[in-house]
Design a protein around this ligand. Structure first.
Ligand code: 2HG
Ligand code: ZN
Length: 536
């Protein structure tokens, strides 16, 4: 996971915004919207300008030398996503220090028809955080001030700039006796502005809900430089449309989030975590329902990984050599988890995590009941914070383990729980021995991370996965993007999860409210909808 944290620097927004910035005002007459159809390759729209020496001089006057990055190494890193799968060719990275500078940059780029891409931690997994072509990269990583924290009047309202790294906010709140309602494996690099712009989900959504619930306010800058102050800190405010919600999860396509106000819950007095082995997926699923029934609202996370995920993570991740938990119940084979290190965990099981401010006795009682009823084959309870983090290390180590294993095709799906694992099994049949299908995810949220791991990227493998995976998801009324967003990867696939009328409204809405031009000549023939735009 370290690499994930260390390699990433900037905010996570979609490159779709690159077009959006240039669709308004002065650019209107010159160009229409560029849409990426399922059947076509993305081409750079020649109507976008190329950066000139005058542009560079303007930015240097505005931001100073430090704020204008043209160094090849820095640009290479900012052009490449965390997986090394998406690569742009931007020649310019800008680092504004405040909202006013963001506004000036956008105003200027808009007047010059320069495409831009906002970027943060660059931890995105769908190619939404890097340029597609030569867009100007706008990095708000220098905007990392915590502006206020109110723990007295309205308990737990944090106001901060978009470039604050999630882990830093978590530590700040910890000292104040509060927690972030959001926690992700990428917390060491991802930034709150990017989290909000992508409506990141993560490990605590089960308990604290999505960012649509906890974000109280936002400041955002539109393509033409207009600053929208929606930075309220009120729990209740029914004055007209609640526009901040449009920016949460719109992946930067409507504007750049520059400040966030977020409601943070008090720190839990105790957190306990159980790491449980089940004999199959059905047992994991039933266990979740039992956990919800028996542990209710005190459950903050319920994750799962299948046996292929477990064997992958054990073969590629250092899991330690010491005992990591206390045995609660011996399994029916007499296996005792406390007498072995995590590397020796049986690989044929499906594993679940249940975590929350659950009293140890309640958790033990729950486990005992689950073993007696045959849902759980064995279980370990973490005895302290170190043991808990070594359990999480397994789950959070999965994206990195997949990267080490070679090429990876990632799908982030919302599916009905009872159908979720059918897709995994059908995918295994569909692909055969050419690749390994690895499944894990936020079971408590109905969110499957379906990963297909192969020695190298191969069009034949891809043809077996797509459109099968999207059609399957659509048929079962799931979502093709549960929490990672659409990005470059899935912009053209939105129709699998949204009706033509809905997508049409999104386009019309862009046009009416944000002055972004629709282009009906770009309707996708097969689906009669406009696919979301990419930078052109
Ligand atoms: C997680 O839950 C992230 O670990 C990444 O959302 C998911 O690797 C993935 O597919
Ligand atoms: Zn996830």
């Amino acid at each position: 996971m370290e690499k994930w944290r260390a390699a990433d620097r900037l905010l996570k927004f979609s490159s779709r915004f690159a077009s959006a910035v240039n669709w308004n005002n002065s650019c209107k007459s010159k160009q229409g919207k560029y849409f990426y159809s399922v059947a076509t390759t993305v081409h750079r729209n020649p109507l976008f300008s190329i950066i000139s020496p005058d542009d560079i001089s303007y930015f240097k006057t505005l931001l100073g030398e430090r704020g204008v990055v043209q160094d090849a190494l820095a640009l290479d890193a900012a052009n490449t996503d965390w997986m090394g799968k998406y690569r742009g060719s931007s020649k310019l990275l800008l680092q504004p220090k405040n909202t006013e500078e963001v506004s000036q940059i956008l105003k200027y780029c808009n007047s010059r028809c320069l495409a831009v891409v906002p970027q943060g931690g660059n931890t995105g997994l769908v190619g939404g955080s890097v340029p597609v072509f030569d867009e100007v990269i706008i990095n708000v990583g220098l905007m990392r001030n915590i502006l206020s924290f109110d723990k007295v009047i309205v308990s737990g309202v944090l106001v901060c700039e978009a470039g604050c790294i999630l882990e830093n906010l978590i530590s700040f709140l910890d000292d104040e006796g509060f927690i972030m309602p959001l926690d992700l494996g990428a917390k060491g690099s991802c930034q709150i502005g990017g989290n909000v712009s992508t409506n990141a989900g993560g490990l605590r959504l089960l308990r604290y809900g999505s960012l649509h619930g906890s974000v109280l306010g936002l400041e955002a800058v539109l393509a033409n430089g207009t600053v929208l102050d929606m930075l309220g800190t009120l729990r209740k405010d029914n004055t007209g449309y609640d526009l901040k919600h449009l920016f949460i999860g719109s992946e930067g396509s409507l504007g750049i989030v520059t400040k966030v106000s977020i409601l943070t819950p008090p720190k839990l007095s105790s957190v306990n975590i159980a790491f449980l082995a089940c004999e199959d997926y059905t047992s994991c699923q039933k266990l979740l329902l039992e956990a919800k029934k028996k542990l209710g609202g005190i459950l903050s996370a319920f994750e799962f990984l299948d046996s292929d995920a477990m064997s992958l993570v054990s073969s590629t991740t250092f899991l330690g050599t010491e005992n990591h938990g206390q045995e609660v119940i011996k399994d029916k084979h007499g296996q005792d988890f406390t007498s072995i290190d995590l590397r020796a965990l049986p690989l044929e099981f499906w594993y679940s995590y249940a975590s929350g401010s659950i009293f140890m006795e309640n958790l033990e009682a729950f486990l005992l009941h689950s073993v007696e009823s045959g849902l759980v084959a064995n279980g370990v309870l973490a005895q302290d914070i170190n043991q808990a983090s070594s359990f999480w290390h397994i789950r959070e180590g999965l994206p990195e383990a997949l990267m080490k294993a070679g090429a990876v095709y990632k799908y982030d799906l919302s599916l009905p729980l009872e159908k979720m694992y059918d897709l995994v099994e059908e995918m295994r049949v569909q692909i055969g021995p050419a690749a390994k299908v690895v499944a894990y995810g936020h079971l408590g949220d109905g969110n499957l991370h379906l990963n297909i791991s192969a020695p190298a990227y191969d069009d034949n493998i891809l043809a077996k996965i797509e459109p099968f995976v999207y059609e399957w998801t659509s048929k079962n009324r799931g979502s093709i993007s549960a929490e990672h967003g659409l990005g470059l990867m899935k912009a053209a696939k939105i129709h699998y999860s949204k009706s033509p009328e809905t997508v049409r409204l999104m386009i019309d809405f862009d046009y009416c409210v944000f002055e972004l031009l629709p282009d009906t000549s770009c309707l996708d023939d097969n689906h009669s909808i406009i696919c979301l735009c990419l930078s052109a």
